[in-house]
Design a binder for this molecule. Structure first.
Ligand code: TYM
Length: 333
């Protein structure tokens, strides 16, 4: 593939309240990588439709997510930050790739199994073909790297399988994307059950820190985090609650697990929890302040949404036209 720059693509669903897991596992890495790549970040509103949405609330959440991207440090002048639904090529390539994906492959997706168990009253076809739309998102932009948390790895694998299958029939159409998983924070666990991923949809509100939680709530949630009865400061799998707190601390401060074990040697878990709470507040407070500023400037976000949709469409449509030509669809315009 002949390109001037390497391309980075990622996105988040515009559903629910974003958690610290979303930030440390994904958003933070996006910002760190932005200088090295030509970057596209989608607000994945089409993906959110697998769950029934309240229209007014949904529209607001999509805009809020865009503000969070900007507040986290993604400059919309230098990066293409757009609403997935504003670029029709996603749905179009999604359909084409559906025809290159096997039912058996989709049946193996653990997120499909988890989500269909959780929403047993609404196991819709969109939930099933979700990974194909995600493949279309990534492949449309000739993506080299996709920074995500560990939970998205299986979706990256199927994206690569689909791309490989298509390329083996039609030639070198899609760039083969690689996942990028950060060293620390790639899987932030629930504060109430360290065997489970921290998730937007956890029924227990103390299990997740939400990006817009106020400082006192963040401190309180950290204080209540489940640890263990060993009373030993160590970074190891046998103490998953403490390990998760250390992961959060490291991801927020840039320190390594070794540094942190030394720093807290001889301390009680209460001191660790307090320090983690402060570190999280230190990272989230500036982000929240910036979101509040952006919320007061409606015209600015409207303009970002409009101009970036055009940029994204231009790039996505180039790939889509190529795909259509290769498979023998007639170009009319
Ligand atoms: P979503 O919206 O569930 O999550 C967004 C990003 O946050 C990461 N993440 C976590 N990382 C660490 N610890 C956690 N507890 C945690 N929870 C979530 C996710 O791995 C993800 O990187 N299918 C995607 C959205 C998507 C997408 C794409 C991503 C649609 N198309 C194309 C990349 C490229 C999703 O549902 O992510």
């Amino acid at each position: 593939m002949n390109k001037d720059h390497k391309v980075l693509y990622s996105g988040m669903q515009a559903t629910g309240n974003l958690t610290l897991g979303n930030y440390l596992g994904a958003l933070k890495n996006w910002v760190n990588l932005a200088d090295e790549y030509e970057c596209f970040y989608g607000v994945m509103d089409l993906h959110s439709l697998t769950v029934r949405q309240n229209p007014a609330e949904f529209r607001k959440r999509a805009r809020q997510l865009m503000m969070l991207y900007i507040a986290a440090g993604i400059d919309p002048e230098r990066n293409c930050l757009y609403l997935q639904s504003s670029v029709p090529c996603h749905a179009e390539l999604g359909w084409i790739l559906d025809c290159f994906t096997y039912m058996g492959e989709l049946q193996r997706m653990t997120q499909f199994k988890d989500k269909s168990a959780k929403h047993a009253d609404n196991v819709n076809a969109g939930l099933f073909t979700y990974p194909v739309l995600m493949a279309a998102d990534i492949l449309l932009y000739q993506t080299d790297v996709v920074p995500v948390g560990v939970d998205q790895l299986q979706h990256l694998e199927i994206t690569r399988d689909i791309a490989q299958r298509f390329n083996s029939i039609y030639g070198d159409v899609f760039t083969m994307p690689e996942p990028y998983i950060g060293k620390i924070g790639a899987k932030i666990m629930s504060l109430q059950d360290p065997a489970k991923k921290m998730s937007k949809s956890d029924d227990n509100p103390n299990a997740s820190i939400f990006l817009m939680d106020d400082p006192d709530t963040i401190r309180r949630k950290c204080k209540r985090a489940i640890t263990d009865s060993e009373a030993t400061i160590a970074y190891r799998d046998e103490q998953p609650g403490l390990k998760n707190l250390f992961d959060i601390y490291c991801a927020c401060t840039g320190k390594t697990p070794d540094d942190v074990v030394k720093e807290f040697a001889g301390c009680g878990y209460g001191q660790v929890k307090e320090a983690v709470g402060e570190a999280v507040v230190g990272v989230l407070k500036p982000l929240q302040d910036r979101v509040k500023e952006l919320e007061s400037d409606k015209g600015y976000i409207d303009n970002v949404i409009k101009t970036n949709a055009e940029r994204a469409y231009y790039c996505a449509n180039k790939t889509l036209r190529k795909v259509k030509k290769k498979i023998g669809l007639t170009e009319v315009r």
